[in-house]
Design a protein around this ligand. Sequence first.
Ligand code: GLN
Length: 539
Amino acid sequence: MTQTTTKYIFVTGGVSSSLGKGIIAASLAKLLQAQGYRVTIQKLDPYINIDPGTLNPYEHGECYVTDDGAETDLDLGHYERFLNVPTSQANNVTTGRIYQSVIDKERRGVFLGKTVQVIPHITDEIKERIKLLGLSGEYDIVITEIGGTVGDIESLPYVEAVRQLKWEMGNDNALAIHLTLIPYLSAAGELKTKPTQHSVKTLMESGVQADILVCRTEHELGQSIRTKLARFCNVKEECVIQSIDASTIYDVPNLMLEEQLDRVVLKQLNLERHQPDLTSWNTFLHKHKNPTHEVTIGLVGKYVELQDSYKSILEAFTHAGAANEVKVVVKSIHSEHLTPENTSKLLSGLNGVLVAPGFGERGIEGKIEAIRYVRENNIPFFGICLGMQMAVIEFARTVLGLSDANSSEMNASTKNPVIDLMEDQKQIEHMGGTMRLGAWRCALSSPSIANDAYQKESIEERHRHRYEYNNLYKTQLEEKGMIATGINPDTGLVEIIEIPNHPWFLGVQYHPEYKSTVANPHPLFKAFIEAALKQKTSI
Ligand code: GLN
């Protein structure tokens, strides 16, 4: 069903942030993909950072990393989890990157003495980035999600670019979906359409007529509200789509199918509609909703109070749980609250512990304490990035007796930097995009937990860190029982550590969570949940 021209769908948001544009975009993409269309999604972020790599999780949630090493918005994680298609640098564009590129061109004399302005130079750059994915010929449909809310000063150049593209491409090649909120006023007992009328009007002031309204709501919309919205907002009644709160984000594609979002989209774009094949998606959903067992996993980190900080890890648990038909209850444990005195109490009853990635010193002693406890008490342990580094430090301190063992990130003058900066990282002064990023190869040794889980000798996983396992300590660590079972074949860097003399103890320098999708639950998460279930049934 390959298209000759790529069709574009723009998704804007109104009334409020956090309405879930990413989930709506991913759900629509899923429905189109399930009919045979080749779809990708792009996120345009109106902030001035070049990428979210320099933003802390309090600001912007998790930073998601692609195979080609882009540090991106967490919505790209949703796209990959829903579509099972990798995204890349081109799928996330920020205002910072747009301006950087325009300013570079200006310095190179590309604009030939012209005054460089928001319109046309910034908007042209935005349009170019939007069209780039289509030009690759790999996609029939590109969904472009505009971050922020219409009416924001930052969003204006993006909305203007959408206006121009809609005009240039014509109605059957480009359409605009506006995601909005229909609040329920409990005092009046009514759903209210006025905020939506205003946000559609704001969009129109910039020359963009929404073709489809997707309305987030806590209550069923009802016919009269749909009619009213259609009339006031200049859309067809069939184009008023209800998006009612769901118990899981993975319900949204089916909800959008019921509302026939795919049908109205394909109709306007003049594309054929087929019955979407959601068989494997629905098998996953069925398993997710009908678990036969339950395990409780402790997630030890310093951002545990924030829902979005460990998004990919939590979703990877959902995928792995469904694969095992196990409900995974995640108990958040703040690493700063863990002390030698309270750790056994706070971790008691857990069937497994995952120590999260992170940066900087805050909370690391709590992470080390948690690792000591699970190592000594045979509780399954999964360490990711900083979590793996802390496992090496804990082992070096407790088992090798190197009491000052540390990472040079936390203590630059430690005598025993079991985790250290690589030579090529020592010269780096700039913060953005300079870590070890993206997919790197890793050879697995056998027998090992990793080899058992992946059923492969060689894997590729995504990285985002500066510090590394220090190979000077490898012999000592291995002699005492912490084995390196995954090595980068090109650099010799240790990527995986395990303790064979423990039911399930594994740390990875990379981020497996980024590659877990509904169609492909991550093998290590699956194996970890299996081990947690074993732990539970053995006590
Ligand atoms: N702070 C550590 C490093 O830079 C770990 C990073 C992470 O957990 N992503 O190496």
